[in-house]
Structure formats: structure tokens, C-alpha cells
Design a protein around this ligand. Sequence first.
Ligand SMILES: Nc1nc2c(ncn2[C@@H]2O[C@H](COP(=O)(O)OP(=O)(O)OP(=O)(O)O)[C@@H](O)[C@H]2O)c(=O)[nH]1
Ligand SMILES: O=C([O-])CC(=O)C(=O)O
Ligand SMILES: [Mn+2]
Length: 584
Amino acid sequence: MTSNQALADWVREVAALTQPEKIHWCDGSQAEYDALIADMLQSGTLIELDPETRPRSYLHRSDPSDVARTEHLTFVCTPERDDAGPNNQWLSPADAHARMDALFAGAMRGRTLYVVPYCMGPIDSPLARCGVEITDSPYVAASMRIMTRMGAPALRRIEREGSFVRGLHSLGDLHPERRFIMHFPHELSIQSIGSGYGGNALLGKKCHALRIASYQARQEGWLAEHMLIMGIEDPQGRLHYIAAAFPSACGKTNMAMLIPPQEYQGWKVKTIGDDIAWLHVGEDGRLWAINPEAGFFGVAPGTSRHTNANAVDMLQHDTIFTNVALTEDGRPWWEGLSDETPAYDWQGRPYDPANGPAAHPNSRFTVAARQCASWSDAAERPSGVPITAIIFGGRRASLAPLVLEAKNWQHGVLLGASMASETTAAATGQVGVVRRDPMAMQPFCGYHFGDYWAHWLATGARLSQAPGIYQVNWFRRDAERRFLWPGYGENLRVLKWIIERCQGSIDAQETPVGNLPLHGDIDLTGLDVSHEHMRQLTHIEPQDWLSEMDEVASFLHGYGPRVPQALHEERERVSQGLRQQASG
Ligand SMILES: Nc1nc2c(ncn2[C@@H]2O[C@H](COP(=O)(O)OP(=O)(O)OP(=O)(O)O)[C@@H](O)[C@H]2O)c(=O)[nH]1
Ligand SMILES: O=C([O-])CC(=O)C(=O)O
Ligand SMILES: [Mn+2]
């Protein structure tokens, strides 16, 4: 099936261990996709949506215990424990392999083993990397065709290059006690069992393109980040590319396909990616980004014509939904979509509000990126796009202002490293608790955060035209828990400020924590945001920030001697400035 002996041997070994009934090598063709869908309709793995209004669209209901990433079951298994860092759970490679071999033994009996070759990034890009996922889930095989460049061209590239990431996945018995997601970065391999949920099972995404890739990127001198990539064209026709890291379910997909507000005629948004960016230092000293993915695995709840019309439009056909609710006539439904009452909830029960939300809070859609009206050809460019600004964002009801500008790269790395955000339904566990999530990579960095921050600093030192670094927060709330900022399309007003700052065309107010917009520089024309709200959104309270910086200090110290001294010094400079301000 392949001229790559290592791949052929590996498939044979896996088959001997897992005992599948059949082996299928995926070529990525339409006929193959159609056959996968037909099989899943027959087995009940997929439910067909109303073909009149939602052609070629399906609903997948997952096991109710298997609806989100499971960070407590996710491990990074480096030979040395300290290389995984306190940010990861660790097992020795030998222990992890022993545990996984036992779980995989016979796991595919009676099932088909799919060999899924894929390429992360444009197929002809030197920045792209390939992998092969072996899975016994047709849902995973079909989803990988939507989310990656999957099939024959990827296999040819693997045969040319020789190297590829090995991902082994089985649904196992879907039992939470026999569910593990293990990463072996030094072996370029991933093993995942017991879950069919996207972030745990579509191994090209979080497992390869972030955990394994971040480890490789450090060795090779680039960055693999949890970032959207978008282009913003201003009325003068100038294009500015922005990369933004927000934690899971904190607004990347929405920002990536933002629709400019009415007052912004002449502004255009181009989508390059909504979740992952691979960043390289170019020969010109600028930072260049590719999106390794080819599709969106996006959050359904909250998506509506008012918040994200581009998404609603792209979801009208050829989409696989997971754990959404259904209307009587077979259309997908979720909280925030419309005023309709659905007929069935995400578990297929007749809808009863007493059972909680109709759609699971982490219900999602899987759709090809080219279905999005704002999708840009630039996403196919082998060299990527040059980045003007990097944005870090969190979901914080208080403290963090609407926007803040880092004084320089090193201060920007501190802003990223000290990010915190309220937890969301994208991972199992409590929702709404503030936790540190450096660069939105807490669940995804495949090595020690101390080394990671040092790598960020070293990367900045290689950039002669480094992007500006910013921090945003769309989620500040008032005493009644209402959002102070309208968000969504209106976020372009903040992005415009960021672009103007990068061009050097406007001034800012300097504070110890960073630079803030001057009064009136964030354009509020046509917006219902009072001056009092705007004041709160751009106010830095020195005492509160001093305590925040104390927390950041102990957080950074928790990572021990691998944390670069420069980061401690930068933090101390901010604290000093705040102390002076508080006493003066
Ligand atoms: N209030 C407010 N909510 C937003 C904004 N942007 C996104 N949201 C909501 O936040 C939730 C998550 O948004 P997404 O854009 O899907 O987040 P994401 O970062 O792409 O999430 P992952 O796919 O998990 O990485 C959705 O319910 C959105 O409706 C905003 O600007 N303001
Ligand atoms: O990985 C997933 O399951 C979905 C996602 O984008 C995230 O959680 O950041
Ligand atoms: Mn994500």
C-alpha cells in the first residue's frame, strides 16, 4: 500500500496488536467519504439532517461521558520528567507504553482499521508537516478529511520525506477509566484510546499540531501556537495580518471570521485560520504564519446571525454537527441560535428544560474552511502570511482591560505568560473558574513552560521586524454580570486601534502594565457603550494590579529555575512601577 517501509511495518505491527477485521488505507476521495458517511448512517453513528434545508449534513451524538477534552487523562511522556514540566501530566515512556499496549491489545476486534495519511499545512509548503493516524472510528476518518489535507497527496509527501508523526487511536470501550491521550514527543508519536471527541481523537489537531509540534518547533526554531490568523484590509486597501491566542471557547473562531460593523464600510476581514498557527522567522526578519488545518471544529452555542453570520451561512450544507439539539423537522439547533424550541436535546431525548441546555455547551460543528465566505486564498500560500500584531486574550469578568499594548517583545512575553481566563465547557471540569493559561497553551504545550517562555524570548531576538504584542478582554462584566463590551463584529474597533498603533500613527497612554488607548482613540460611533463603561474598560487600578502581579510572581516561580531570569525582571519592573504609582 505504500513504498515507505517504516509506515508499512508500523501498520502491520498495530494490526497484529489491535486485531482489526479489515484494514482500509484512506485516499481522501469523495467516493471514500461518501462510503464512510453511508456506513455511519447505517450503524446509527450519524443521523441525517433535513436534506432539503441542510444537504449532506449530519448529527453525531457522542457518548454522554465523552463530550470534551479530558486534561486529567492527557500525558506528555518525555524520557526526563522535568522536560514535560509542571504544566503537563507525565508518565515514563516505558510505563505509558506498557499501559497503552495493554489497552490496545485486541481493541479493534470486529472493526475496520483506517490508515489516515494527512498533511498539516498547505501540501506544497516547506512549513507543513505530515502524519498518519490509525483509527477504528469512521467518524474520525471522515472528520480528518474535513479538518486536514487527508489522503493520497499526503501519503506521497510522506513517501518523499520519510518522516511523519504516528498517531494511534481507538475508541476502545469509551469508558472514562480506560481513556488516555499520551504523547511521546521524542518519538513523534501519539496514542489515544477511549474517546471519540474531536480534541482527543482527531490527532492532527491538538495532539500533533500543538503538543508534538510545539516540542519539535522548539528544537527547530519556530513556534506552534493556539492562535487564529486573520487578515484585515483597511479602506486604503492595505492588508494587516494578525495572530491571536485565546483559550478554548474564548472567541478565536468568531474573531477569525468577524463581520465589520456597519460604520466600517470599506474594511474587509479575511480568514486564514481559527485555532492553530505555526509561526516562522522569515529571511526578512518578520514573523510568518501558516494555518496547519483545513477546516473548523467550532463551538455551536452562541453562534447566530447576529454574532457570526459567516458561520451560520457556512453551516447550511456539508457539515457534521456533534451533540447539538434537533428541531422537529431535522434542523440543528443550539442555545443562542434562534427563539425556536427544539424537539430533541443533544442526547436524543424529547427536549425538557429541566434536563439542562438542549445542545451540549461544548457542542460543535466540523466544516471545511473553504465553505466560509471570508476564507482567504492566502491560507494556501506555502510561505504563509506576515504577522503585524500578536494578541493574547482571556475571558475575565474583572481586572483585565479591553486592550493593552506591550512595551516591547519581552514585556509581551510576560503579558502572554501571565494570561488568565475563566474555564469553559471545552474541557471537562468546573466552568467559570479563573486559571492561569499562558499564551492559551496550558493544555497544549508539549514541554516545560519555563523552556517555552525562553524559546519565545529567543524567537523575538531573531526578529528584526517583530510584531507588536497586545492583550485583549472581550468579557469584562458589570455588577449585574452583563458584558461591558458588545464584542463580536464590534471588536474590529479595537483591532483598528491595534493596527494604528503598529503603524505608529497614534499615541497611547503609558502605564506600568502597558499602553492604553487615549480617550477617543477607540472609535465608538454608532455604539451603545457609555463613557462610564469605556472608562471602566480601560482603567488600571494599581492596587488590584499589584496583587495580580504578586500572583504572577508566585506562578512563575512555581516553574522553577527553567524560567528565564529576564521574565522575572520584567515582572519586577511592572510591580515597581505599580508601587510607585500607588504611593504617588
Ligand atoms: N460576549 C462575547 N462572547 C463571545 C465573543 N466572541 C465569541 N464569544 C462566544 O464565546 C464562545 C466561544 O467562541 P469561539 O469563537 O468558538 O471560541 P474559540 O476560541 O474558537 O474556541 P475553541 O474552538 O474551543 O478553541 C461562543 O459561545 C461565542 O459566541 C465576544 O466578542 N463577546
Ligand atoms: O480541541 C478541541 O477539542 C477544540 C478546541 O479547539 C479547543 O478545545 O481548543
Ligand atoms: Mn481551540
